[in-house]
Write a protein that binds this ligand. Structure first.
Ligand code: ACO
Length: 323
């Protein structure tokens, strides 16, 4: 059976950088508090006329170029996003059109908030195993700042915009090894945007569809769920923690990342950290961090990697892969 092996990566950050000092002028916070409690120093914010599909396109073109293929070589596109341009069509379909692909190439979005990219990796893994898929593009892309209340210091300091992408190819060599997904919707009230198309639509029309979170509750849950998912991933594959070369975690909070690394007995030198510069970019954070590790030469061919993510739903999961 063929595996899904990553052959190219790419990412994109909007030009505008918003440092913590700018947030100090907007809400009752401080750079010291934000850095100490989250590790975040700055975030990137998309321009008004820049949409999730734009970010996704930039990241995708870089990944396609790195893979050394043409867009028309793709036969599947999956975009993980919580902040699509439109209610429909999907960002994946908009992206497919921009890339000039008009052949038999299914394209669809996945919405699992900050776990979106690992959910997408699970789906693509199954496509390669069951459908004869040969080359796929998997993207995490968000304009998360569009759903922030810039007067709420509990949330507005945490999130930013960006996109990351990987191209995967059917291979006889190891690629994605296993994926592990979980969700528990009973916690939906701890982290959500409480309006959408079929409920509280008036809030959306007023531009008040904002992220709300009970941060410390979510924090406790994230640490536990991510610790457990790491154990599950190791046990499922009969692996030792020492078999893992790199942890590429969702970038929500440096304290959550450090707790997961500790669980894996990994030093922080084996963890790709971008949260300081990118903040939490939801579904985009893992592929952006992965791209950074590949491009700066830390992640090498043959390395074994754990990706893990946790977010609204709650939804969480992991992907174990050989690069
Ligand atoms: N600046 C200054 N003080 C603040 C700020 C701020 N920006 N925000 C909160 N505080 C205050 C609180 O009001 C509170 O004050 P009090 O003690 O007087 O009541 C105090 O700081 C401590 O607040 P906590 O919420 O307990 O702080 P905590 O250490 O938990 O850090 C944080 C908050 C950073 C949000 C943390 O809880 C966290 O990272 N949570 C998890 C986030 C996450 O992983 N989300 C999942 C993915 S996101 C997604 O899926 C969309």
């Amino acid at each position: 059976m063929k595996t899904a092996r990553i052959i190219g990566t790419g990412s994109y950050l909007p030009e505008r950088v918003m440092p913590n000092s700018e947030l100090e002028t907007m809400v009752d916070t401080s750079d010291e508090w934000i850095v100490a409690r989250t590790g975040i120093k700055q975030r990137h914010v998309a321009a008004r006329d820049e949409f999730t599909s734009d970010l996704a396109e930039h990241a995708s073109r870089r990944a396609i170029q790195a893979a050394g293929i043409q867009p028309t070589d793709l036969d599947l596109i999956i975009v993980a996003t919580t902040t699509p341009d439109l209610v429909f069509p999907s960002v994946a379909c908009l992206l497919q059109n921009r890339l000039g692909i008009h052949t038999a190439c299914p394209a669809f979005d996945i919405q699992a908030v900050c776990a979106g990219f690992v959910y997408a990796m699970d789906v693509v893994h199954r496509f390669f195993q069951t459908s004869g898929c040969r080359r796929a593009l998997v993207v995490g892309a968000e304009t998360f700042t569009r759903i922030l209340d810039w007067t709420d210091r509990n949330t507005c300091i945490l999130f930013g915009d960006g996109a990351g992408a990987v191209v995967l190819e059917a291979s006889d060599e190891p690629g994605i090894i296993s994926t592990h997904l979980h969700a528990d919707g009973k916690y939906h009230e701890l982290l959500n945007v409480s309006s959408g198309v079929s409920s509280n639509y008036s809030q959306v029309l007023r531009g008040e569809a904002y992220t709300q979170m009970q941060g410390s509750e979510v924090f406790k849950w994230a640490v536990k769920a991510l610790g457990d998912i790491v154990d599950e991933t190791m046990e499922h594959n009969g692996m030792q923690k020492s078999d893992i070369d790199w942890l590429v975690p969702h970038q929500a909070n440096i304290r959550i990342i450090a707790a997961t690394a500790k669980k894996l007995n990994m030093s922080m030198d084996q963890v790709i950290v971008t949260v300081d510069r990118h903040s939490n970019t939801s579904a985009a954070s893992i592929p952006m961090a992965f791209d950074e590790g590949v491009r700066d030469g830390r992640i090498k061919r043959g390395d074994t990697i754990v990706m893990e993510g946790f977010g609204g739903g709650f939804a969480w999961g992991s992907a174990l892969l050989r690069y």
